[in-house]
Design a protein around this ligand. Structure first.
Ligand SMILES: [Zn+2]
Length: 104
């Protein structure tokens, strides 16, 4: 069965996503912003990172978010960036493979 978010909240530290497998994971804002894989952050053909990390404010937050179809979340960031789509499978992979994401 596919794991999907059952609850998504903005918190003081980051996006908190409760998954249907009962894990709750906290994705720090700036960390999540740096994972953006949209065409202006990552070069499509080469996978080269175009985003200049230094330009991303330390105190960046998610201002708003929407669900894209049945497979992804899209965030509106406080720096105005809003083209990034974060598929659930990518968010789950970050939760499993990256210590920056805390799950309980
Ligand atoms: Zn982006």
């Amino acid at each position: 069965m596919e794991v999907t978010p059952t609850d998504v909240q903005r918190t003081g530290e980051g996006m908190q996503i409760k998954w249907s497998d009962d894990r709750t994971c906290l994705y720090p804002y700036r960390y999540l912003r740096l994972q953006c894989a949209c065409a202006s952050c990552i070069e499509e053909m080469t996978g080269r990172k175009l985003l200049n990390v230094a330009t991303v404010p330390e105190d960046i937050i998610v201002v708003d978010f929407i669900t894209v179809g049945k497979y992804a979340l899209q965030f509106l960031w406080s720096d105005g960036h809003e083209t990034g789509i974060y598929p659930y499978r990518m968010l789950l992979s970050l939760a499993e493979n990256d210590e920056a994401v805390e799950c309980s």
